[in-house]
Design a protein around this ligand. Structure first.
Ligand code: FAD
Length: 811
């Protein structure tokens, strides 16, 4: 029975204790610095609004489970949720929201002004254009739930220590072994930090960076509203739906005949938890560390806007208010899972009440079974790049997230600041070519190049860009058509530098990779193998190009920082158990650069770059160390786009020269520099699934169309037993490629797919396929949807016909 210490008795820590208990783990101590009856964290004053619908499927699923669980312990008032629109843009946004709510299985309804007012009579008819109703939303009684969960887990043997701050940790090398408090040290195998906005401080004690920014956010209660009299007999009672007025950063709930108003429209107010001092013994409603003094001047606009939206409140006043503290993160997601650099240390922080039970269940599953049923890729603590852990970055991006919390954000919209954090060695050249940059993981990545606009006139009619709908036309340029056309008919160069490159070296390299990869990677040096990494349950952890350079040296083309963390940990464990199988894992992405040279004329360009005639003869999945244009390079014959060509890699300092050499050699063959927009369209035409959007740990290789990348006849590897089981079970759903009948509507991902009027799946990614002349979309659909089946995709409230099957796409 593993010993677990949970830090924090808020809604997250107590739910985690409960979820562990229900899975049979009871050797648990919960350590809380405040009094248990009211610990003084964010939960102690949370008004508890639960709006479940989120653009992220996982976040929606966390929320759905929270509702279900709180209902089961009688701590949820299911009054429903209503979001109103006062601008046409918001109305469109609500339609989009209705789409992804449907995709994630939440019943919602779009309402007219009249229907909104019928549901919520206080609303001002003159300014509401329409609304979005979610009948299953409501109010969490969070503080009450905490008390119930403490009571029930105590009965199961969980120990609670109150007034006990954690002040340090005991470590044995890189493994946690104990938790230090003023009352003594607690020996433990596992620590789960559920310290809410104190997460940064607790992480620092353990040497684990936690990218979280505590922020103050205003909440007020009004005096009694005369029109509410007698409506809700209990002081905290509520019967009207919880209400969001996002155009003005406001939300509302009833507290009996009073109103509670939350406001995000004020300036960001970052706070440092350490500055709040120790939690007092006598925590009370008005004296708790998470509650700062109210600054009425920041609330002024909110009160005026409220009285316009809810005229009934003109007969009331603000009775009390506070600036409450809650957590923000650089990408708005929570922080969940294993610390990448400390064995036995886990976190569940930056979690709203809304997602609390769902996140707690996922972490309990990770601890007890090794895997969360809900995909954690957007929640993992290990998802951040090093640069994103810098405190300045965390503060700036979290402040921006605060400002934008209710804004309408386009899926491609880049942050405005900080920018130019990570630039590849080609950056100066890209700017000269008029690159339009988007940002991911701190990298500046060209989306298209304005220099190619001059070729628009050369496009054959079949390749001409079509008019698009306004939403998909944002962060888009018709120049993409040129870049796609050139890749398919001549040759293009793509900056692949930000794609993860990992070096695995040492006498244990082969055995590590054989244990983690789904196919045999022991082949000779010079070969590249496409493989998957699975979890123990057969979910796809990542897809990887494994290039063998020498007996004890591999280079992987992989995905995000979570892959680096996973491989590093597995290497550490292997090396420490058997020193003869020592293996070292190194992220070499920033130290190297990479150009994807693809297209029917790629071989001719290579011929101009090197006198070695053999190099220009394309033979797929080979890796060669050689020199071209006087530079040492690694040539990898792989393509994501369905064209022949190479990834040409060199160290970072040689990058600019390599770019110049390729660009120069390509001129007589019609080369263009091409951006991510063309890449995305062409990879989809080629049926290439992108990990993180099209495939996650939620999917097994058969569903994800990766049957060719697994080999159950291979000796043991992680996930093999599950894979054998899955290979015998009937397949219920599968990723499919859909071709739209319209040409002018390009989906962006997450839209629901209907068959015979029933929602049966959702789009993972979509693009305009220039080779086909129509938009295409990938979607997980039940098996009965076969080649030629006709379905519909909902986009902004309208349904568009699509057919499974496309000549070019291979899904
Ligand atoms: P907390 O409740 O803060 O619990 C963390 C606990 O850890 C604390 O009790 C603390 O004392 C303890 N701790 C910290 N450090 C140590 C240490 N070193 N040793 C021992 N113990 C320690 N969310 C919603 O979903 N809906 C809403 O409507 C909503 N409204 C909000 C309104 C306001 C004004 C605010 C401020 C927040 C709101 N939130 C809302 C957010 C929500 O309150 C929080 O996200 C949630 O309560 C966090 O729960 P938690 O358990 O992670 O943290």
């Amino acid at each position: 029975d593993k010993r677990v210490v949970i830090i924090g008795a808020g809604i997250v820590g107590t739910n985690l204790a409960d979820e562990l208990v229900s899975r049979g783990w009871t050797n648990i101590t919960v350590v809380e610095q405040g009094p248990l009856r009211m610990p003084g964290g964010s939960t102690s004053h949370a008004p508890g609004l639960v709006f479940q619908t989120n653009a992220s499927k996982s976040m929606t699923e966390f929320a759905k489970y929270t509702v279900q669980k709180l209902l089961s312990i009688d701590c949820f008032k299911q009054v429903g949720g209503l979001e109103v629109a006062t601008t046409p843009e918001r109305m469109e946004e609500l339609k989009r929201k209705h789409g992804y709510a449907t995709s994630w299985g939440v019943e919602t309804h779009l309402l007219t002004t009249e229907e909104c007012v019928a549901l919520y009579p206080h609303l001002s008819k003159d300014i509401v254009l329409g609304g979005f109703h979610i009948p299953s939303d409501g109010l969490a009684l969070a503080a009450q739930a905490v008390q119930l969960l403490i009571e029930r887990t105590r009965k199961a043997g969980v120990q609670y220590l109150e007034h006990t701050p954690v002040t340090g940790f005991v470590k044995d090398d890189d493994t946690i072994t104990g938790v230090i408090t003023p009352n003594g040290t607690i020996q433990t195998d596992i620590v789960c930090s559920c310290a809410g906005f104190w997460g940064v401080e607790v992480g620092a004690l353990a040497g684990v960076p936690i990218p979280l920014q505590p922020m103050a956010h205003q909440y007020v209660k009004t005096t009694a509203v005369p029109k509410q009299k007698g409506r809700n007999p209990e002081p905290n009672g509520a019967t009207l739906p919880i209400l969001r007025y996002q155009d003005q950063d406001l939300y509302y709930r009833e507290h009996g005949d009073r109103y509670g108003i939350g406001y995000y429209g004020h300036k960001p107010m970052p706070v440092t938890a350490a500055s709040l001092g120790p939690t007092a013994k006598n925590v009370s409603e008005s004296n708790m560390p998470s509650r700062l003094a109210f600054t009425p001047e920041d609330f002024e606009p909110a009160w005026k806007l409220t009285q316009e939206m809810l005229p009934a409140l003109r007969d009331s006043q603000i009775a009390e208010g506070f600036n409450g503290i809650l957590s923000f993160t650089p990408d708005g997601g929570p922080l969940v899972g294993r610390a990448p650099n400390l064995e036995g240390f886990y976190v569940a922080e930056a979690v709203w009440v809304t997602h609390s039970a769902g996140v707690a269940r996922s972490l309990a599953e990770v601890l007890t079974t090794g895997k969360s049923t809900i995909d954690l890729s957007g929640a993992e603590l290990s998802r951040f790049e090093d640069i994103q852990l810098a405190p300045d970055y965390v503060t700036e991006t979290s402040s921006q997230d605060f400002v934008e919390v209710y804004d309408i954000i386009h899926p491609l919209q880049p942050r405005e600041s900080p920018r130019d954090l990570r630039v590849t060695p080609f950056h100066a050249r890209q700017k000269e070519l008029g690159a339009f940059f988007l940002e991911t993981g701190g990298w500046e990545r060209p989306q298209w190049y304005d220099a190619n606009a001059k070729l628009l006139g050369d496009l054959p009619p079949r390749w001409q860009p079509r008019e698009r709908d306004a939403w998909s036309n944002r962060f888009y340029s018709p120049i993409t058509a040129v870049e796609a056309w050139k890749t398919r008919t001549a040759v293009a160069m793509y900056d692949q530098s930000p794609i993860r490159r990992i070096e695995v070296s040492g006498p244990g390299a082969e055995s590590l990779l054989q244990r983690l990869m789904t196919v045999d990677v022991s082949r000779n040096a010079g070969t590249i193998t496409f493989a998957l990494m699975l979890d123990d349950h057969g979910g796809v952890r990542s897809d990887v190009f494994v290039a063998r350079l020498a007996k004890n040296l591999y280079k992987l083309g992989a995905n995000g920082p979570t892959d680096v963390a996973y491989l590093t940990r597995e290497a550490r464990l292997q090396s420490s158990t058997d020193s003869r199988r020592f293996v070292h894992v190194r992220d070499i992405t920033g130290a190297t650069s990479s150009i994807g040279l693809w297209g029917p004329r790629a071989g001719q360009v290579m011929g101009s770059l090197s006198s070695d005639k053999q190099l220009a003869e394309f033979s797929p999945m080979r890796v060669t160390r050689t020199h071209i244009a006087g530079l040492p390079v690694l040539l990898q014959s792989i393509s994501f786009l369905g064209e022949t060509g190479w990834e040409i890699q060199t160290s970072a300092e040689n990058g600019q020269r390599l770019w110049d050499a390729v660009f120069q050699a390509g001129q007589s063959h019609g080369i263009v520099a091409a951006g991510r927009a063309a890449f995305n369209s062409l990879r989809m035409e080629n049926g290439f699934r992108s990990w993180g959007t099209d495939v996650t740990t939620e999917h097994n290789p058969f569903e994800a169309g990766f049957a060719d990348a697994v080999d159950t006849s291979k000796a043991d590897f992680v996930g093999r037993a599950a894979l054998v089981r899955l290979s015998k079970a009937p397949l219920t759903k599968r990723i499919r490629c859909l071709t739209l009948e319209t040409t002018g509507t390009v989906m962006m991902g997450k839209e629901p797919v209907y068959l015979d009027g029933q929602a049966i799946g959702y789009v993972t990614s979509a693009a305009f396929a220039y080779t086909v002349g129509r938009p295409i979309a990938f979607a997980y659909l039940p098996n009965e949807v076969q080649e030629g089946s006709r379905v519909e995709i909902e986009y902004f409230g309208r349904r568009y016909a699509a057919t499974h099957g496309v000549r070019e796409a291979r899904l």
